[in-house]
Design a protein around this ligand. Structure first.
Ligand code: ARG
Length: 601
């Protein structure tokens, strides 16, 4: 069983591949106004062959038309200024889409399993610090990618990589000894640890000797001091619990929580191995990896020239990058066969991740991945994203304006409550709170995912929560509307919808005549491809914009085409089928983005 548009695409691709003699020729979606389903650009090949692309497209169209078999879904090829446009048998295509929608049911959009693992590093906050808005974006984008890649068939492992190591823990240990409060640590761990951290820095400014005390405390922790370890364990435990509670509000549950400190030992060994293989070298007592300015052409993402990466300080201790490298190796070994390691981290860390990318690439070439089942260049895939700002400016803990994510999410829910109260005054209070949760949180998630992730986000509550325009409530409302229409259908109609027979399909297709109905069904047919595209480009936003277009197509359909009042039985069934499928795809698509759809709103 497969998706009809994927079939057509594959057929066109293989025709072009044979003709051009290359495995992955370009096949495009023509502009919206075109009736063609795909277009094959001939410019590249014409250039290679030193001929005119227009002539080439003419010749190819004629040749491919001749080769067409009677049973093919493709109706004809037509040249258009250097492109070969592909036209399909519309009614047959519509019937196949209906059949796909019926046969796949709730699984519509999912692909069969691919035996390749993608490991996604996301959220990944530092212990004893509040989650930042950057971590919010990482969590939202990471979770959406996890869902989308799973739907695409990959095996996906999500890892929350917690920063729990470094001299700052010496400061906290010291500060807690001095000013700590057991009760506060239990109740509000993050706030309390942050307070202690700030207090330490204030005091250390006046009395720099405190820094030595902190260093000594961290040393004791490193050496396994019982008291220090116990306290540090509690910092970790209570912080993690708080993080998990917050992200649960976004529907997120990590497959794994990995602590940076767990890679300390492996990191130390790794430094020696890197030295032995000549990847790392000594420099003023420290150990560094120096990057050559030019990298072999096999690298898919040539990075800019960059400073060396320090992996061991002159005092013999490892650093964050060393532990990151050790943890990357562990991911490759443990989750075989690993196709990619994704890191959803703010674009501020571009330089760091290009260093990691290079270091891993050099390691791969020197046999570090030799036991890995997949051994391809560029295993690390950095997923950067832009900054978030409130209308009043940048959100940053450094500037002292801390935004607690829980407060931000509370605010979203509170605003959603008010809007729903206004739109639907009769809804009981309990139900309203539930709906407000889905709408408010959904609005935050969608505001993030509806644009290219690399762009900065400006929080605009009213745009985010608007029922019109490109927002979560608009899409959720479209899905709710579908459910409302279905609820009004007669029991007989609903029964027929649930168990459509093969013979119903041609009858329904005959009734799908209006441009709005055709457009809606065609768009429904593209859902699997939207998922595939979002997966391939690691771009949840491709799926978001698909859903927005779907909601818009529904709204045009709904304005122009009567559903429950359709003239004939067959027409009513066809239109109800469209409504049911649209509701299903909207709900499923939103769920892939991490957004729940309320029953009512
Ligand atoms: N802990 C880092 C931060 O809060 C992000 C870690 C990202 N993941 C990684 N494996 N380096 O900025």
């Amino acid at each position: 069983m497969n998706y009809v548009l994927d079939r057509i695409y594959a057929d066109v691709e293989s025709l072009a591949a044979t003709e051009f003699g290359q495995p992955n020729p370009e096949v495009r979606r023509p502009p919206k106004e075109s009736e063609a389903i795909y277009a094959v650009p001939c410019f590249q090949y014409a250039k290679e062959k030193n001929t005119n692309p227009i002539k080439l497209a003419d010749g190819l169209s004629a040749k491919w038309n001749q080769g067409l078999q009677a049973g093919s879904l493709i109706e004809r090829f037509e040249p258009a200024r250097g492109y070969v446009n592909v036209f399909v048998k519309k009614k047959t295509l519509l019937a196949r889409i209906l059949k796909n929608l019926r046969d796949f049911g709730e699984d519509y959009g999912n692909y069969p399993e691919i035996n390749k693992t993608i490991v996604v590093d996301y959220c990944s906050p530092n212990i004893a610090k509040p989650l930042s808005v950057g971590h919010l974006r990482s969590t939202i984008i990471g979770q959406a990618l996890i869902n989308i890649l799973r739907a695409r068939g990959y095996r996906v492992v999500g890892i929350n990589f917690l920063g729990d190591w470094g001299t700052q823990f010496g400061k906290l240990l010291y500060a807690f000894e001095q000013w700590g409060n057991e009760k506060k640590l239990a109740e509000e761990p993050i706030q309390h640890l942050l307070e202690l951290y700030v207090r330490f820095h204030k005091k250390a400014k006046i009395n720099p000797a405190l820094e030595d005390d902190a260093r000594a405390a961290f040393k004791r922790l490193q050496q396994g001091g019982e008291k220090e370890r116990a306290l540090w364990q509690r910092f970790r435990g209570s912080s993690l619990e708080a993080f998990e509670k917050t992200v649960a509000r976004l529907g997120v549950k990590f497959d794994h929580n990995w602590f940076e400190s767990e890679f300390e030992e492996r990191a130390r060994e790794l430094v020696d191995e890197l030295l032995a293989k000549g990847i790392a070298e000594e420099s003023e007592g420290a150990i560094i990896i120096r990057f050559k300015p030019l990298w072999p052409a096999e690298s898919p993402e040539p990075p800019p020239a960059q400073p060396p990466l320090v992996i061991r300080k002159s005092d013999g201790t490892t650093l964050y990058p060393t532990r990151d490298l050790a943890s990357a190796l562990e991911r490759i070994e443990r989750f075989q066969p690993v196709h990619r390691l994704l890191y959803a981290v703010a674009s501020e860390q571009t330089l760091y991740f290009s260093q990691l990318w290079n270091a891993l690439e050099e390691m791969r070439k020197r046999g570090f991945f030799k036991h890995a089942k997949i051994n391809q260049p560029g295993i690390l895939k950095y997923i950067p994203f832009g900054m978030v700002s409130l209308p009043t400016g940048k959100i940053s803990t450094r500037e002292g304006r801390i935004v607690y994510l829980d407060e931000l999410l509370d605010e979203a829910e509170r605003r959603a409550q008010e809007i729903i109260k206004e739109k639907n005054p009769d809804m009981p209070k309990d139900a309203r709170a539930q709906v407000a949760r889905k709408v408010g949180i959904g609005a935050v998630i969608y505001a993030d995912l509806s644009q290219d992730r690399i762009k900065d986000i400006v929080f605009d509550w009213s745009k985010m929560l608007a029922f019109e325009g490109n927002s979560a409530p608009y899409l959720q409302y479209a899905a709710v509307r579908c459910a409302r229409i279905l609820a009004k259908a007669s029991p007989e109609d609903r029964k027929r919808l649930e168990e459509p027979k093969d013979a119903d399909i041609p009858r329904m297709v005959a009734e799908i005549e209006e441009p709005e109905s055709i457009e809606l069904l065609m768009h429904l047919g593209r859902f699997p491809q939207a998922i595939a595209e979002a997966a391939e480009r690691y771009a949840p936003h491709a799926l978001a914009s698909y859903l927005y277009d779907l909601a818009a197509a529904l709204s045009r359909f709904y304005t122009e085409v009567p559903v429950l009042k359709a003239q004939t039985d067959a027409a009513r069934l066809a239109r109800l089928t469209l409504v049911e499928a649209t509701g299903r795809v909207l709900r499923r698509g939103l769920a892939l983005l991490g957004i729940e759809t309320p029953e009512e709103m």
